[in-house]
Design a protein around this ligand. Structure first.
Ligand SMILES: Nc1ncnc2c1ncn2[C@@H]1O[C@H](COP(=O)(O)OP(=O)(O)OP(=O)(O)O)[C@@H](O)[C@H]1O
Ligand SMILES: [Mg+2]
Length: 350
């Protein structure tokens, strides 16, 4: 549906050159919620603005539904843009218009016949849960309500794609949740494809199917939210995940582990119902090894449980090896993250 190929974007400010995007490749499938996460200045907004060509790439290709946006004339581009809604952190409402007119304005601008406007605005305001705020002005609304108006405006022209630029960053956690619920609801009800950028893993975790992690203009890692959460590869991804679960192995732990023979630290990820299985009990009794939980947590990804366990496993060398093989075949993802050589006491981080 959305295909960004080898996108580069360079800004020249005076004598300084900023490479805001470097060889970015992203493919968003129809109907999915795709998240982009990164620290401030990573290039997220620039990337989002490429999708409706508010910002032109220095090089690269942008395809939407198979149409190469860079080859379209003004008229062609306008018709593609009509099908792309966008919402912002600052809501971008018209302060002198009431809620009704804020939404109706989008329809008028797009020359929707007058008699259809009343019904369409009512339908949109019901969808976002603001049917009783029709005559209020933005200054009389809470942040969450303002963002609901922003969403109604973005949906006015029945878009196929909704772009969200930090749409919940100005909101408190509870209001954030209600807006994310609304996004999930319209994604399902309208089959809308959503691209959402954020600096909060919490937002990705609750809404997204797949995610790309950006750093200094580059996509450093991307995949399903399940895979990225189960087995993050890059330091920045791990930093973002630390707010949700902290599985750092401390120096004190390592010192203690040196006193065991054949010590291994394993990081195990369990998905779905298996997150609740007593797999460690099975391993200890079947292979006569000792297991100790160093860290344990259950995270819910779009409501589906993902269990993360960091486990210390020790005992007879052959038995430990067999237990690790068993675990690798049983759980969703298993990785040895630390091994201690009993002879040299050397710590090998794998
Ligand atoms: N119009 C512009 N002119 C010059 N430099 C720009 C322009 N827009 C963005 N940049 C630069 O490009 C880089 C990426 O900016 P961008 O706004 O995409 O980051 P971001 O990931 O959205 O950050 P934030 O989380 O703070 O919104 C930054 O270094 C920024 O200063
Ligand atoms: Mg931004």
């Amino acid at each position: 549906m959305i295909d960004l190929k080898n996108i580069n974007k360079t800004f020249q400010v005076g004598n300084t050159r900023v490479d805001a995007l470097k060889n970015v490749n992203i493919h968003v499938k129809k109907g999915e919620i795709f998240g982009v996460i990164g620290f401030s200045g990573a290039g997220k907004s620039t990337l989002l603005r490429m999708i409706n060509l508010l910002e032109k790439p220095t090089s690269g290709e942008i395809n939407i539904n198979g149409k190469n946006l860079l080859t379209l004339n003004e008229k062609g581009l306008r018709s593609v843009r009509k099908k792309i809604g966008i919402i912002f952190q600052q809501f971008n409402l018209l302060s002198s218009y009431n809620v009704f007119d804020n939404v109706a304005e989008i329809l008028r601008m797009n020359h929707v016949p007058k008699k259809g406007i009343q019904r369409k605005v009512e339908e949109l305001l019901t969808l976002v849960g603001l049917e009783d705020k029709v005559n209020q002005y933005p200054a009389q609304l809470s942040g969450g309500q303002k963002q609901r108006v922003g969403i109604a405006r973005a949906l006015a022209m029945d878009p196929e794609i909704l772009l969200c630029d930090e749409a919940t960053s100005a909101l408190d956690p509870q209001t954030t949740d209600s807006i994310l619920e609304l996004l999930l609801d319209i994604n399902k009800k309208l089959g809308l494809t959503i691209v959402l950028i954020t600096h909060e893993m919490e937002v990705i975790k609750k809404t997204c199917d797949r995610v790309a992690v950006m750093e200094k203009g580059e996509v450093i890692e991307q995949g399903t939210v399940l895979d990225i959460f189960s087995n993050p590869q890059q330091g920045t991804t791990k930093k973002f995940l630390k707010n949700l679960y902290d599985d750092t192995i401390t120096k004190e732990m390592v010192a203690k582990l040196k006193t065991f023979d054949h010590s291994y630290i394993l990081r195990l990820a369990f998905r779905g119902d298996a997150a609740l299985d007593p797999v460690l009990n099975v391993v200890s009794s079947r292979y006569s090894v000792t297991t100790n939980i160093v860290h344990g947590s259950i995270t819910y990804l779009k409501g589906n449980p993902l269990g993360i366990l960091v486990v210390h496993i020790s005992g007879d060398y052959e038995k430990v090896k067999q237990a690790i093989t068993y675990l690798s075949n049983t759980v969703y993802h298993a990785k040895i993250s630390l091994k201690i050589d009993p002879k040299t006491e050397e710590v090998l981080t794998l």
